[in-house]
Design a protein around this ligand. Structure first.
Ligand SMILES: Nc1ncnc2c1ncn2[C@@H]1O[C@H](COP(=O)(O)OP(=O)(O)OP(=O)(O)O)[C@@H](O)[C@H]1O
Ligand SMILES: [Mg+2]
Length: 163
């Protein structure tokens, strides 16, 4: 199943975050994909705010630090794997361990590393022209999350559709 959500403006992205955030649980993996500037970091920031990360805390691209850590309702790791070149380099970031310890792991450019990250990822691919989120799942937990997201009233109102 694929859920498609139109993201014509930042408000629509915030709405997607508001629908997804309450359904996220410890150990969940969300992978953000899509071209440069598609809006991956913006969606991560919106998710963090929904999860209660204080506004004073900057949620920005971890391109150079590779991993940022935030505390909200869940403990959150935010990674950008654009510059990561191997599974070994990835292992040093400890994202799989953090997941096992109950962190929510949000990963930009993580598609090639889903298996290394422990699998079962909710994959959100943002396309441009028009800007849309294409949401898919790679395992049982993420499939349940996807189904719950598909039933979210907030999104049904704004024209999300399953394909
Ligand atoms: N739904 C939206 N509608 C309009 N603009 C948006 C939307 N979502 C994000 N943006 C804007 O797009 C720009 C790029 O967003 P962002 O930095 O989140 O992209 P990114 O996918 O993380 O890029 P990178 O590939 O460099 O990591 C920002 O100015 C952001 O505010
Ligand atoms: Mg980014």
């Amino acid at each position: 199943m694929e859920l498609v959500v139109d993201l014509p403006n930042r408000r629509a992205t915030r709405k997607l975050a508001a629908a997804l955030a309450p359904r996220l649980e410890p150990g969940d993996l969300v992978v953000l994909a899509g071209a440069l500037g598609a809006g991956k970091t913006f969606l991560v920031r919106a998710l963090c705010r929904e999860l209660g990360v204080p506004r004073e805390e900057r949620v920005a691209s971890p391109t150079f630090a590779l991993v940022h850590e935030y505390a909200g309702r869940l403990s959150i790791r935010h990674a950008d794997l654009y510059r990561v070149e191997s599974g070994r380099e990835l292992a040093e970031l400890g994202l799989d361990v953090a997941r096992d310890d109950g962190a929510l792991v949000l990963v930009e450019w993580g598609t090639p590393y889903v298996a290394d990250l422990g699998g079962d990822a909710l994959v959100i691919t943002i396309s441009l022209e028009p800007r849309r989120a294409h949401v898919t799942a790679t395992g049982p937990r993420s499939a349940a999350l996807l189904a719950a997201l598909g039933e979210a009233a907030e999104l049904l109102d704004s024209g999300a559709r399953a394909g």
